[in-house]
Every structure is written in C-alpha cells, then in structure tokens.
Design a protein around this ligand. Structure first.
Ligand code: SF4
Length: 463
C-alpha cells in the first residue's frame, strides 16, 4: 500500500484550467480501450485456466436493454420493450455463469455491480432469477455484510417493489441516473424524470437503509445555464446523496448518431461549460462534499472519503472503489473483465454474444495482454489518480523497479506542469497539488506509453 497522505481540496485557477483543458483518457483502465486488440475465445480460456488466485473478486453484470433511449447516451444499450428478450438474455447469462464458474466458482465475490443499459429493465421475477444465478454459481454471501453490492437505477424504471427486493437481496448501494432536473434539458435529452418522481424513491431508499446513494449528473447538455444548473445543484443537495458523479457530456455524434439531435438544439459553449463545472465544484464543496478525483464527489463520512484518506482508494471501470484491488469478472454483452494481467472484453454486439454463448464458448472478443511495462505504468497511474501521490521508495519496493530512472522521461514531461504548480516533485515523491487535482488527466498522460497526437482525439476534454 502507498503511504497515505491527506489530499488537499480542489482549487480553481482560470488560467491553468484553460491551458490544460485538453483531450485525454479518464484512465478507468490502463491501457485504455483504444489499445484493445482481437483476442480469441481459446486464448482467453487458456489465460483463465492459468489463474492461481483464490482471493476475493468483483463481479459486473451488464443488462443492455432500455425502454427509452436518452439522446446523450454513449453506453452499450439496446432499445427494447420485450420481457421475453430479457428472459432470453438471462438464459445466456445463466450459461455464461456456468461456464465461468469453472474458473471463479470458489472465489468470494466482495463487489457486485449491475450496470447497463437499464438493470431494472428486468422485472422483479427476472431480477430474482438473476440473483439466484449469482448465488448458485459464485460465492456471493451478501448477508455477511462486508461487500459492496450496487446497481444503476433509472428513476423512470424503478418501482418501490424493486427497491424493496434489492434491499432484501443484500444490495447496499444505489446509483441514480439524474443528469439534470431542469425540465427543458430533460425534454431535450429525452429523459423526463421530474423531482416529484425522484424524491419518493430517495426517501424510500433511505427508509430501506441502503448505505450509500449516488447521483449521476451531466454538464454540457442543451439549455443548461449557470442559473438552471444552480437550481439543479440545490435540488440535488437537498436530496443529500452520499456520492455524486459529475460527468462532462462528450459530444461524439459520429459514434452515437442520436447525439446529433442535441447538436441541433444547441449545446453550451466551452466558456459556459467551464462556468457550469466551476459552479458545481464550488457549490458541492460548500455543501460538504469532498472532491475524490476525476468526476467524483462524496460526503466526508462516505467510505470513498475514508478510502481516500487511508490511501486505499482504487480505480476501476466504474470509476472509484473502496475495496482492495481485485480481479473483476464482467458478464453479459460488452462486459470488460480485468483478470490477472489481462483485460478481456465480451462481444459488444448482442447477436454475436449470444452465438458464442450458445456454442458453449466464452464471449470474449477483444482485450489486452498487459506487459510488465504496462503493469508498472498502470500502478503509477493508479497511485496518482487514487492517492494523488507516488512515493518512489514505496513504489520501487512494490513494483521491483527504480522508479526515478524508469519514469525519467515521464518526470521530465512533468517539469512543465511542476513549473505551473500542478505537481510537486522532489527526491522522494511526485505529489499532485491542490491546483493539479482538477487537472489530473494531463499529469497521468505523462505516464501513458501509448498516447500520441494520432489517438488523443478519441478522448473527451478534461473539463
Ligand atoms: S443513459 Fe441509461 S437509460 Fe438512457 S439510453 Fe443510456 S443506458 Fe439507457
């Protein structure tokens, strides 16, 4: 574990924000998805057979279906209203679990996350079936109370009965897709869910004693102005979620055609976007939220803040996590696993995914085999994104390198950022400053061996 060190609050510096607000990865994985290449089911199977670890692990299950499509969305999702289609998908998940439990059935699941799409596209009977399958195939013991079991919720698709079921089945964390409460914005993005719909769900979640509630918000959407967004922030603060994820809307209409509609309505200009994020950071910090790192805030008593202070915070495909670094098995179409030095992604196309599963094969289509260099660079990127600190002596002991020599080129690149006050480097460590915490991506990019001008445009801007 890296030496723990309290992280400073975030400081906004207009000049530096403008200078370093460049395009770059969010580093939910290293290497990033841009580097993934083809991997056959046989190669993946061989890799899984080699795994010796008996340690705890994380499980992610992707439910791709949505009843209504939001125009801003960049997720892997499928428009559907068919209950039968969900049943057929569950049949495939059952087969995939039976197949993968050969490798992982004895390992304890300490983190379970249901994402999508819309996980509550499943009705209560289907959700029960899914959770029964998890219990049957893996060591998932939610009653022990030590793990994190979470689900993404669309307020429009969440019934009181579903919340009750999830709590009874051991879920302790909920993540609500809120985005913005402003009516004009909700209409423009095709996601109308007024405060009056959300509030009773939050109250019920509190009554059911879910440990932690997260809200996803997005800035950079049509009709958002500092005035409207300030109103949304006040409504959010009033509802008092434990965590807030505040994402920069990434406008990529060539990849996600539905986003063209938002471009036609009109998006806030870069100047307004900066005003929106500055407003949010100021208001949330004033209201008692702490900035965790890229896009994430949490209340001081939330476990994310404790992990931040204790130096145990982790970064994964869902953002930040509090559990020790574990292998992650991802099931379902497009799921991305991270297992023993490999990143393995299932087919992103439902038909291909189902064909593979029906043939008794793993559904893995692409991914990445991490080299020793990738593993060392990933450790440096994780240390700086989770602890804001890379202690050379600790790092050398844990990774078997002389980090000052190993990263001499990265440290050289960071000199410019040091001169601007984003990092502090001395003979013992690299430390992210209060100015650098908001501009973490340019700091991390200095450690990325794959990034160059040709692929940088594949990413969104820092802010
Ligand atoms: S934002 Fe969520 S609910 Fe909306 S289309 Fe995307 S995955 Fe579906």
């Amino acid at each position: 574990m890296t030496t723990a060190r309290p992280l400073p609050d975030v400081v906004w510096d207009d000049t530096l924000i403008r200078k370093y607000n460049i395009k770059g990865p969010r580093y939910t994985s290293y290497p990033t998805a841009v580097q993934f290449h083809d991997i056959s089911a046989m190669e993946a199977e061989h890799h899984l057979m080699q795994q010796q670890s008996a340690g705890p692990m994380s499980l992610y299950i992707h439910i791709p279906f949505c009843r209504h499509l939001c125009y801003y969305c960049g997720c892997n999702k499928i428009a559907s209203k068919s209950v039968r289609q969900a049943d057929e998908y569950l049949d495939r998940l059952a087969l995939e679990m039976a197949n993968t439990s050969r490798f992982f059935g004895q390992r304890t699941i300490t983190q379970l996350h249901l994402g999508g799409g819309t996980p509550t596209f499943l009705n209560e009977a289907q959700m029960s079936r899914l959770l029964d399958l998890v219990s049957r195939n893996y060591q998932w013991l939610p009653d022990a109370g030590a793990g994190e079991y979470s689900i993404e919720l669309d307020p429009r698709e969440t019934s009181p009965e579903m919340l009750k079921l999830l709590r009874e089945r051991g879920f302790n964390r909920l993540s609500f897709g809120i985005q913005d409460f402003n009516e004009a914005t909700q209409i423009a993005i095709h996601r109308v869910q007024p405060l009056g719909l959300v509030q009773p769900l939050i109250e019920q979640s509190r009554d059911l004693a879910f440990e932690s509630l997260n809200f996803d918000l997005i800035y950079g959407l049509p009709h958002q102005t500092p005035t409207t967004f300030a109103e949304t922030l006040e409504q959010v603060i009033e509802l008092n979620p434990d965590r807030i994820s505040l994402y920069n809307y990434a406008h990529l209409p060539e990849r996600f055609p539905a986003q063209k509609r938002l471009g036609m309505i009109g998006l806030p200009n870069p100047e307004t976007k900066l005003q929106l994020i500055q407003l949010a950071i100021t208001r949330l910090q004033d209201a008692g939220y702490r900035y965790i790192g890229m896009d994430h805030f949490a209340r001081a008593d939330d476990s994310l803040c404790k992990a931040l202070d204790e130096g145990t915070l982790q970064r994964n495909f869902q953002g930040y996590a509090t559990q020790a670094e574990t292998d992650m098995l991802a099931l379902g179409v497009s799921g991305i696993s991270q297992i023993g030095g490999a990143i393995l992604q299932n087919h992103t196309d439902l038909e291909h995914y189902q064909n593979r599963i029906d043939n008794g094969q793993l559904a893995i289509r692409r991914g990445f085999w991490l080299s020793e260099d990738d593993t060392v660079r990933r450790a440096a990127i994780n240390a700086l994104s989770c602890q804001g600190y890379l202690n050379f002596a600790d790092f050398d002991r844990q990774n078997g390198v002389n980090s000052r020599q190993y990263f001499s080129s990265s440290l050289n690149q960071l000199k410019k950022l040091q001169a601007d006050g984003l990092v502090h480097i001395n003979s013992q460590a690299v430390a992210v400053t209060e100015l650098g915490r908001l501009l973490l991506r340019p700091i991390l990019m200095a450690f990325d061996a794959y990034l160059d001008e040709s692929n940088q445009n594949a990413f969104s801007k820092v802010l």
